[in-house]
Design a protein around this ligand. Structure first.
Ligand SMILES: *Cc1c(COP(=O)(O)O)cnc(C)c1O
Length: 366
């Protein structure tokens, strides 16, 4: 059972939709699929414009650095992915200031405001909605609103790779929202997507940048339901199929089920003495801080067929992360919680008594 916060399992109906004969990308047949997928994507993103790019999520992060920062970037680093925005700036010799936090601590509105007030070169801010390294939720909407009240020309770029499809994001003050195929959207890796505000499109077109990741040429093409280079046809077909299903079931219902599962998991694991790591947990995953992370994960995998993720860098062996993204069944989430309690028994930390399951069921299935 794969319960890592990306990649997530690809549902059977999506695998089937993607297994049809190869379509040429410059045909009316594919353009119709592209148009349908594009309109569903605009709907889930909540933005007036968007692109789909054949790259992993990092490609979209890079495109947003090279196309939306014309002067200096402010990057928020509370984990691996926030750090990556800074590294991309360095790779392109783009000046950046970094706001650094512990991996369990969200950025504060005040820190961002003082950073932009003390440096008027900053014209773009890069932040994760959910920083997947520690599973924390940054207050992106509040930051975006406060920044726009001071200077509406500063671009707000939100990495929503583990947020789009997890919860409804208020994008009214966000200029670019990034997502990728292999997390909450339950597709194989290889497709990234970016939603843009009208202001972002204007800025991109004032100074087109790059070649493959040139957003000006990509937006121009995708408005006509085609792509600048060969489209990732299979993944776009899969995206259309998953978005259609999510919409049919109701976007709100997915967000609600995910939030409930996340809350039930956190409460269940706390009830058996485990410590939730981030001070502001995101609903995409539950991150637990424990020195026994490696032993627990080993037992989960070998005895209970549950695959969860560990930590990276200084949190290697100190955290574990359980995924909530996608169409996770109640019985899968409940099994994970039970298996974690059992694992604590196996390694001799706590005697099993079914507490985690009880708490989980009470909250998730009320
Ligand atoms: C997974 C992830 C990425 C990186 O995506 P890749 O597809 O691995 O390039 C970026 N940001 C966040 C928050 C992620 O979770």
């Amino acid at each position: 059972m794969l319960l890592t916060p990306g990649p997530t399992p690809v549902p059977e109906f999506v695998r089937k939709a993607m297994s049809d004969v190869t379509l040429h990308h410059r045909t009316p047949e594919f353009e119709a699929i592209f148009a349908k997928t594009r309109s569903l994507l605009l709907e889930i993103l909540g933005t007036p414009e968007c692109v789909m790019i054949a790259s992993s999520g990092t490609g979209a992060m890079e495109a947003c650095i090279t196309n939306l920062c014309h002067s200096k970037a402010l990057t928020v680093n509370a984990g691996k992915f926030g750090e990556r925005f800074g590294k991309i700036c360095q790779a392109f010799d783009i000046e950046n200031t970094e706001l650094k936090y512990d991996w369990n601590t969200p950025a504060s509105v005040d820190d961002v405001l003082s950073a932009i007030k003390s440096d008027d070169k900053i014209d773009a801010i890069y932040i994760q909605i959910c920083e997947s390294a520690g599973g924390l939720r940054h207050p992106v909407e509040a930051i975006a609103k406060a920044v726009k009240e001071i200077n509406k020309d500063i671009m707000i770029i939100a990495d929503g790779i583990t947020a789009i499809g997890v919860e409804k994001i208020d994008v009214s003050n966000i200029d670019a929202v990034i997502t990728g195929s292999q997390k909450a959207l339950m597709l194989p890796p290889g497709l990234s997507m970016i939603g843009f505000s009208d202001a972002a499109v204007v800025k991109i077109n004032t100074k087109p940048a790059g070649y493959y990741l040139n957003l000006a040429s990509e937006i121009k093409k995708q408005k006509q339901n085609t792509t600048a280079y060969t489209a990732a046809t299979t993944l776009i077909i899969g995206l259309g199929s998953i978005l259609e299903k999510i919409k049919e079931d109701g976007f709100e219902n997915l967000y609600e089920a995910t939030a409930k599962r996340a809350l039930a998991t956190r409460e269940a694991l706390e009830a058996i003495g485990l410590e939730v790591f981030p001070t502001s947990p995101a609903n995409a995953m539950t991150t637990i801080y424990t020195e026994q992370s490696n032993e627990i994960r080993k037992v989960l995998k070998e005895q209970f067929n549950v695959n969860i993720a560990g930590g990276q860098d200084h949190l290697k062996g100190k955290i574990f992360r359980v995924n909530h993204m996608g169409l996770v069944e109640d019985f899968e989430a409940a099994w994970a919680v039970n298996a974690i309690e059992k694992a604590l028994d196996v390694i001799g930390t706590r005697t099993f008594d079914g507490t985690a399951n009880k708490v989980f069921m009470e909250i998730n299935c009320d």
